[in-house]
Design a protein around this ligand. Structure first.
Ligand SMILES: Nc1ncnc2c1ncn2[C@@H]1O[C@H](COP(=O)(O)OP(=O)(O)OP(=O)(O)O)[C@@H](O)[C@H]1O
Ligand SMILES: Cc1ncc(C[n+]2csc(CCOP(=O)(O)O)c2C)c(N)n1
Ligand SMILES: [Mg+2]
Ligand SMILES: [Mg+2]
Ligand SMILES: [Mg+2]
Length: 314
């Protein structure tokens, strides 16, 4: 579809966007009324919201609209999974200038649709408003399927700390793009379209995870939240992190330390969880440390000095 948002108008835009995304199997009443109706068989709904702002979370010369849609959905769906829940529906707030090509908004929705399809979720509704920068605000809902939520506060001394998913790939991709390069592609693609291990969230809950979160800002920073909420210390072992040879090569080429990407890089949306010692973990989980009495996060016995991850106002 050619033209701009200004050409299409608010209701034309809503029509064009909503016909692009299915509401999915959990939404008996989708876009078109004052509110949507989302099924909650368990009676308890997980709800979470995250914003993406142009220039801060993405650049249009680094990512396509489709990539931004995939990433916007992924970062919200990962928060649902990190509670041990199954995502059911998204609500999308879209702000953009009148000059924005309609094609950009439609491709954004194609990305949202395809990421939702990974977890069988849909788009239940949203809002569109004119504004100077592009901003995407997403609320994700999920179903606990009768289980208690896996919070950040349940880690106990003696637990093991384990990770499912990627660490450091998005940060390596961001570093590559920031240096004006586009290769190696694998890292750039990981930055544009993270692949959170969604199924590991509910699976961790079933395995008896005591605490869990997704790594959005950086492992050290995010585990700091978990340690604080649980009143424990998290001790990581550097040797348990396996850094791919290709990531070491990129680090060498850019003069960066790949372990820094792995430990403090955000946006891969890996899941990190604590489990009672002896829990029979499946192959998707890699043990990277343990929980002890105390506070804070250590790497090889040392308190991490420097930034542990992204801080929007830091
Ligand atoms: N403006 C706000 N008003 C109310 N609660 C907020 C606000 N901002 C954050 N929170 C709450 O603070 C907690 C931590 O938020 P945070 O955004 O750090 O988590 P996250 O989404 O897992 O991380 P990230 O934003 O890096 O993906 C969440 O429970 C969130 O709902
Ligand atoms: C253009 C551009 N510059 C920098 C970054 C890096 N970045 C932005 S937000 C964030 C942490 C998660 O954010 P939030 O806490 O809001 O979920 C990171 C690592 C990027 N993605 N794009
Ligand atoms: Mg958030
Ligand atoms: Mg999170
Ligand atoms: Mg988040």
């Amino acid at each position: 579809m050619s033209g701009t948002l200004g050409d299409l108008g608010e209701f034309g835009l809503i029509g064009a966007l909503t016909e692009r995304v299915p509401v999915g199997p959990h939404v008996p009443l989708g876009p078109g009324d004052d509110a949507a109706v989302v099924a909650a068989p368990d009676g308890r709904v997980v709800a979470t919201t995250d914003l993406l702002v142009e220039g801060r979370h993405f650049r249009r010369d680094w990512s396509t609209a489709y990539d931004v849609g995939r990433k916007a959905a992924a970062q919200n769906l990962a928060d649902v999974a990190a509670m041990g829940a199954r995502p059911t529906a998204l609500l999308i707030g879209l702000v953009g200038p009148a000059e924005l090509p309609v094609a950009w908004a439609l491709e954004l929705y194609d990305g949202l649709r395809d990421e939702c399809a990974v977890v069988d979720a849909g788009v239940a509704g949203g809002d569109v408003v004119r504004g100077s920068a592009i901003m995407i605000s997403i609320t994700a809902l999920g179903d606990l399927e009768g289980r208690p939520p896996v919070t950040r506060s349940g880690a106990r001394p003696g637990d093991v700390v384990a990770v499912a998913g990627w660490l450091g790939w998005s940060a390596a991709g961001l570093a590559i793009l920031s240096h004006g390069h586009r290769n190696p592609r694998a890292f750039v693609e990981a930055h544009r379209r993270p692949e959170p291990p969604y199924a590991a969230g509910p699976a961790a809950a079933k395995l008896g995870a005591t605490a869990m979160l997704d790594v959005s800002d950086g492992l050290i920073s995010d585990l700091g939240h978990l340690a604080r909420a649980s009143g424990v210390r998290v001790e990581l072992s550097g040797e348990l992190f396996d850094i791919p040879a290709q990531m070491r090569d990129v680090g060498r080429a850019l003069g960066a330390d790949p372990l820094q990407w792995v430990l403090t890089g955000g946006e891969d949306h890996a899941l990190v969880a604590t489990f009672p010692a002896g829990t029979p973990l499946t192959a998707r989980w890699r043990v990277v440390g343990r929980v002890t009495e105390g506070r804070g996060v250590t790497v090889d016995g040392e308190e991490w000095s420097g930034t542990g991850g992204w801080d929007h106002f830091g």
